[in-house]
Design a protein around this ligand. Structure first.
Ligand code: AMP
Length: 501
């Protein structure tokens, strides 16, 4: 079974791989354009696999983890392009463009994701070859460490009880020997009670599979940054490390991260943020190498500039923590057409499950949408004011006022959909000159909460006009008010006017 990238998918109900057809919604280039000319935030996340990768498709639909609406969309509008069968042979696949995923077997365009291994493959042929290779690799691993036959559960067990303890060899070294070693290797540390460096990977007591992966990657001995960082990381301490490029920093943090991920039942267990897309790709590749064969370990690469659907697919497949998708986002717009169009655009561009809500929806539809929203079926609901009031949507975590409502009263009701029952929530409001008469009211209401207001709003002449008018009005009201200070003046004025009559 495959998951096509940037494709919408339609399959026959018998779930036969040969009947699988893929439908392009737009060329990859369009996705790429999304991030052109913009900085991208990039991160690689190391997670424990949350779902069984090869659960039966009868339970999960033909493409496990693929968002339902993606499949529904496959059968809509003819404008979405011609249907295209899954490629059977490697030779019918094109070569990958720079930056595109590459088939792990033949190096052509990795159009699909193998559901068993999560690797990129170009065709059914390469998927079959790839699975054979994986099987062979597993067999070899078993042969090379016969005591670990069926090693997966065993290494899970090893890992579950993993605690870093200084190896007797390291323990038995004299303090001056350690200092001498550090000096020679250029290791300098600050901090309290920093544990001694290791000298060999064997000193870490890693599970066999991990030791095997290290050897396979050609890591015979640790580099100096690894010697010091790995044991400190394994003890769970915070580290700020600095070493030259190419000195092995990646493995220095990945190895403790992998051990931590093995121990944790929650996912994601680790989040790696990098300043560039290339670095994220490189780190994910290294993480995959080191994690190979370890139980329940997965990575998800999230980068700008590459199609979102496969990234979201992997995220859904491997990240157990549903909080990444929940609570849903509620977007308010000012008209029905806007709700329909924006909902469609959100789904197409982000792959998030989105729906619209407005007065043209029947009662049954509204009820279904509300239920879907509360049960986490929808990740985004784009609504007109109909959802603004009264409903206790406790699960909404973010409200976006895509169109600023026409009154402050309505605005308060809309943003009040988040943060109910003491929960935290966020509201993002887009404003333009269409709501200029509310500028000062918005500033007054939002400023005391400590939220950031855009300088364009704060320096707007409309806001200053309204503020001035209000201040003048306040002054007049104060003048008209009876206070201790002006009471005698008022009585005198009153007496004077009476006596004149
Ligand atoms: P890095 O500084 O993390 O980018 O690593 C630079 C290169 O050194 C990468 O190709 C790593 O795979 C490799 N490397 C990292 N640690 C070791 C090691 N202990 N032995 C051999 N190669 C290593």
């Amino acid at each position: 079974m495959f998951v096509p990238r940037s494709l919408k998918v339609k399959r026959n109900s018998n779930d036969d791989i040969k009947s699988c057809v893929a439908k392009k919604i737009k060329p990859e280039g369009e996705d790429l354009q999304l991030d052109q000319g913009r900085d991208v935030s990039v991160y690689t996340s190391v997670t424990e696999e949350a779902t069984t990768p090869d659960r039966p498709s009868s339970q999960s639909g033909p493409f496990p983890g693929l968002a339902g609406p993606l499949r529904e969309d496959a059968s809509v509008g003819p404008e979405q392009g011609a249907e295209e069968p899954v490629k059977s042979f490697s030779k019918t696949q094109r070569w990958a463009e720079p930056g595109e995923p590459v088939c792990v077997v033949c190096g052509r365009y990795g159009e699909y994701i193998c559901d068993k291994t999560d690797e990129d493959v170009c065709s059914l042929e390469c998927k079959a070859k790839h699975l054979l290779q994986v099987k062979e690799k597993e067999e070899n691993l078993k042969l090379s460490s016969p005591e670990k036959v069926g090693s997966e559960p065993e290494s899970a067990l090893d890992a579950a009880f993993y605690i870093y303890k200084e190896h007797p060899f390291i323990l038995n070294l004299q303090e001056d020997q350690i200092e001498n070693l550090k000096q020679q290797l250029g290791i300098s540390v600050q901090g309290q009670e920093v544990t001694r460096p290791i000298i060999d990977f064997e000193h870490c007591g890693f599970p066999e599979t991990l030791n095997h992966n290290l050897k396979k990657s050609g890591y015979e001995v640790p580099t100096p940054i690894q010697m010091q960082m790995i044991p400190v990381g394994l003890l769970g301490r915070d580290i700020l490390a600095s070493a030259d490029t190419g000195s092995g920093k990646t493995a220095a943090f990945l190895l403790p991260v992998i051990i931590r991920a093995l121990l944790e039942s929650r996912a994601p267990s680790a989040l790696v943020l990098t300043p560039t897309r290339e670095l994220a790709i490189q780190i994910e590749r290294q993480a995959k190498e080191l994690m190979s064969g370890l139980p329940r370990m997965r990575t998800v690469l999230l980068v700008g500039g590459l199609p979102l659907p496969p990234q979201l697919y992997r995220l859904r497949q491997h990240v157990q923590d549903k909080k990444l998708f929940k609570p849903p986002v509620l977007v308010f717009v000012d008209c029905r057409l806007g709700a329909d169009l924006l909902s469609e655009a959100v789904q197409k561009i982000t792959g998030l499950k989105s729906t619209s809500m407005h007065s043209e929806k029947s009662q049954v539809e509204r009820k279904n949408i509300l239920e879907g929203l509360l049960e986490g079926e929808y990740e985004v609901v784009v609504s007109t004011g109909v959802l603004g009031r009264g409903l206790d949507l406790i699960s909404v975590g973010l409200v976006v006022n895509f169109d600023m409502p026409s009154s402050m009263d309505e605005y308060v009701h809309q943003v009040g959909r988040v943060g109910r029952l003491g929960q935290n929530g966020t509201a993002i409001t887009f404003i333009n000159n269409n709501s200029k008469r509310l500028f000062w009211d918005i500033a007054k209401r939002v400023k005391p909460t400590g939220s950031l207001l855009p300088p364009q709003l704060l320096s707007s002449p409309y806001l200053h006009d309204q503020k001035k008018k209000e201040q003048q009005k306040d002054k007049q009201t104060q003048k008209d008010m009876v206070t201790g200070a002006n009471l005698m003046d008022i009585i005198r004025k009153h007496d004077k006017s009476n006596s004149q009559k």
